[in-house]
Write a protein that binds this ligand. Structure first.
Ligand code: ATP
Ligand code: MG
Length: 445
């Protein structure tokens, strides 16, 4: 019996079962670009001393309710929550910060000075599906615990700037703001609620609803009719406590010293409840209305709120779906794949020899892609397949070559003469050929 009580065999076998709305397959044509982005991000973070952490996709529902906040869009309407077979309420993670905090507490990683981690993987939110807004989407994020100063906020941002450079991404704007300490934020909240209540007749329905529960979010309203009332609202930055103001100023100084341009946006508040002091977003105009490719900030109270020590923390999360789309829109490409050869095998009698040769070459010529169909189809159709695969070389092994212990090498992309090479010399020849290939420039348009 299947989940939900129906028999799996009730589905007629001839019916196709489509994917779940908002959840996409990433097919082999596209995975190289995804992997390239992931490897660049992982390389930069590892090199800066951030260690990879792998977290479960499922957590107890209470973890998200307590950390992200009951009144947020994520918790109030976007989570995939269900009871498991024991009756426990579990949720597919809508983001990874909460799970990451849970994990560093549970694994006792918070002793000592500063813990820096990164994660990567799918997140799940039941959202209105549209461009840049999927129900299963992917994030790479980094988090630093135990470091209270603006230097680590700056480090995270500077590393992101490096990533955009390595990926060839252009024209993303960094917006920053400070939400202050919990106390100054609470005081500002009162001032804001007073102002908004005085202007209640100018608020849209969404904002009226938020007035009680999450008034700061009103500053973030995307409704153009709200622009004037929001613009005249008291500014968060005028209500910062002195320590937060210093923190914010040092952050800007460090960013500017590192050549990172930042725009202060006093209305940037972020959707999740746990932020304090620094918040930031990287925004592009090239993706339509879903232009935020990365967002983050400081959440000094969260570790304690989830039962850990009073440890400050800061982190960000980058939306891979949007980053990958942006690279495509801006016409950039990943580094080309490694050198590529196709082994063409003639005649049934040569299959064993072909299998052995492919195995030897894959062991002895690292970094070269070697594809073969081991003689399925005529020579002509194998050559066609080799050509379509993008291979630069065809290695031909027919009965005569097997007997004489040689291989014919044909150049598929230029006019060079075909060569005959002894099989024992082939690995060395291929390594030499590989070395002579043009060094491939990174991320050329
Ligand atoms: P938004 O305002 O766009 O809903 P958010 O504040 O909910 O964003 P975060 O929770 O901060 O987003 O997630 C960080 C990043 O993850 C976003 O900036 C975005 O790039 C990406 N992201 C968030 N939700 C989705 C989604 N449903 N589909 C694709 N990417 C997403
Ligand atoms: Mg959202």
């Amino acid at each position: 019996m299947g989940p939900g009580g129906f028999f799996l065999t009730d589905i007629p076998v001839s019916d196709k079962i489509p994917r779940v709305k908002g959840m996409y397959d990433i097919t082999p044509e596209h995975t190289p670009l995804w992997r390239w982005v992931e490897e660049k991000a992982c390389g930069i973070l590892n090199a800066a001393g951030y260690g990879e952490i792998r977290l479960p996709l499922l957590e107890k529902t209470a973890l998200f309710a307590r950390s992200i906040g009951e009144e947020t869009d994520v918790v109030s309407k976007e989570m995939y929550t269900f009871e498991d077979r024991n009756g426990d309420s579990l949720t597919l993670r809508p983001e990874a910060t909460a799970g990451c905090v849970r994990a560093v507490i549970q694994n006792g990683l918070l002793h000592g000075h500063g813990v820096k981690v990164w994660y990567s993987g799918p997140m799940f939110r039941h959202e209105n599906v549209q461009r840049g807004r999927n129900r299963q989407f992917y994030q790479i994020g980094a988090e630093a615990y135990g470091l209270a100063g603006p230097d680590v906020d700056a480090e995270l941002i500077v590393l992101l700037q490096q990533l955009w450079e390595q990926l060839g991404i252009e024209g993303v704007e960094l917006q920053i703001n400070s939400l202050g300490s919990p106390e100054s934020r609470a005081a500002y909240r009162d001032t804001l609620v007073e102002y908004l209540s005085d202007n209640r007749d100018r608020l849209d329905d969404d904002s009226v609803r938020r007035l009680e529960r999450n008034p700061l979010r009103i500053l973030d309203s995307k409704n153009p009719d709200m622009a004037a009332v929001v613009a005249q609202a008291p500014s968060l930055l005028d209500h910062l406590d002195p320590e937060s103001a210093d923190h914010f100023e040092s952050l800007q100084e460090m960013l500017s010293a590192c050549g990172v341009q930042a725009t202060v946006n006093p209305r940037l508040v972020r959707g999740l409840d746990y932020y304090t002091r620094t918040v930031f977003e990287w925004v592009t105009g090239d993706l339509g209305s879903q232009g935020t490719i990365c967002a983050g900030g400081r959440y000094d109270g969260l570790v304690q709120r989830l039962g850990g020590a009073a440890v400050p923390a800061v982190g960000y999360s980058m939306g891979l779906d949007r980053v990958v789309e942006l690279i495509g829109v801006q016409g950039k490409q990943p580094d080309l794949p490694a050198t590529h050869a196709y082994l063409i095998v003639g005649g049934q009698g040569c299959q064993v020899a072909g299998q052995v040769l492919a195995d030897q070459l894959r062991r002895t010529v690292p970094g070269m892609r070697l594809q073969t169909n081991l003689g399925q189809g005529s020579f002509k159709s194998q050559f066609k397949r080799a050509d379509r695969s993008g291979a630069e070389l065809a290695l031909v092994l027919a009965e005569d070559e097997v007997q004489r212990g040689v291989v014919q090498v044909k150049f598929l992309r230029d006019q060079r003469e075909q060569l005959e090479i002894a099989q024992v010399e082939l690995p060395g020849w291929l390594r030499q050929w590989q070395a002579e290939q043009q060094p491939r420039p990174e991320s050329q348009p």
